[in-house]
Design a protein around this ligand. Structure first.
Ligand code: SF4
Length: 250
């Protein structure tokens, strides 16, 4: 990332994000994705956590662009079920997954940073900064996409409710496109059932938003709860940082 860049390139500046967001406000994700692929082609990528409902966006995008780059940020603390699920999806659907890893050895990191119990994380902001945001920023720097497709939804948090379907992201110097922004959990569930898409194996155990495995970071929740309540439960933290302009230290 070049921190000096805080505005779009001349070519990217020709886009009208306000107009596009209005155009797509009631648009179907498939319409937004078709526009994104037509506009950005091979310079497009997406990120995926291979979480509970991740196959919805992956399916929508790979139907239009089967070889799209799918970036997985591997913090070193993902559930082993997530990695197995990713490998299964990669094989079954021929996905072009690019896995980026934390520079830190997971056990050494805990020791050096005084994290004496691997089941919990005492300093979640430092751990997210060092093992997630650094990895994400490095991946974006190396891959240099013109546009980044992400799976955020407006109903997930106050921060996300303020996002636009198409917006400039100065942090990675690329357009951020959120085709699912105006969908809710029910619409995604219906899409996945209709297309016979697999859910993450932990989904049936109440894990509806799945990140890293320490119980401070991901917990199962009751069926009628806000899905994000399972993340960093009891803390003020709502985001790992990759969807925030300032990244870690959140
Ligand atoms: S979600 Fe938890 S384990 Fe994962 S990077 Fe953040 S603090 Fe570390």
């Amino acid at each position: 990332m070049n921190p000096s860049i805080d505005s779009p390139s001349p070519a990217a500046a020709r886009l009208d994000p306000e107009g596009l967001s209005q155009r797509f406000a009631a648009g179907a994700p498939s319409e937004i994705i078709q526009w994104a692929v037509d506009t950005f082609g091979d310079s497009l990528l997406m990120t995926s956590s291979f979480g509970a409902e991740s196959m919805c966006l992956i399916h929508l995008l790979t139907r239009v662009k089967p070889d799209v780059r799918i970036v997985l940020v591997n913090t070193g603390y993902l559930f082993h079920q997530t990695l197995i699920f990713m490998e299964e999806m990669r094989r079954r659907y021929g996905l072009n997954v690019l896995e980026y890893h934390s520079h830190h050895d997971p056990l050494v990191y805990l020791t050096v940073h005084g994290e004496t119990d691997p089941r919990i994380r005492r300093n979640v902001d430092a751990c997210c900064r060092d093992n997630k945001n650094e990895v994400f920023d490095r991946a974006m720097r190396e891959l240099a996409p013109a546009a980044w497709v992400r799976g955020v939804r407006a109903d997930q948090s106050a921060t996300r409710s303020r996002m636009k379907v198409v917006e400039w992201n100065a942090r990675i110097n690329a357009w951020a496109i959120s085709p699912l922004l105006n969908w809710d959990h029910r619409r995604i569930f219906e899409y996945m059932k209709h297309n016979n898409l697999p859910f993450h194996p932990l989904w049936q155990q109440g894990y509806v938003s799945i990140g890293c495995n320490p119980e401070t970071c991901t917990r199962p929740i009751a069926a009628d709860s806000d899905p994000r309540q399972g993340r960093w439960a009891g803390l003020d933290k709502k985001e790992c940082g990759i969807h925030l302009d300032q990244g870690a230290g959140i």
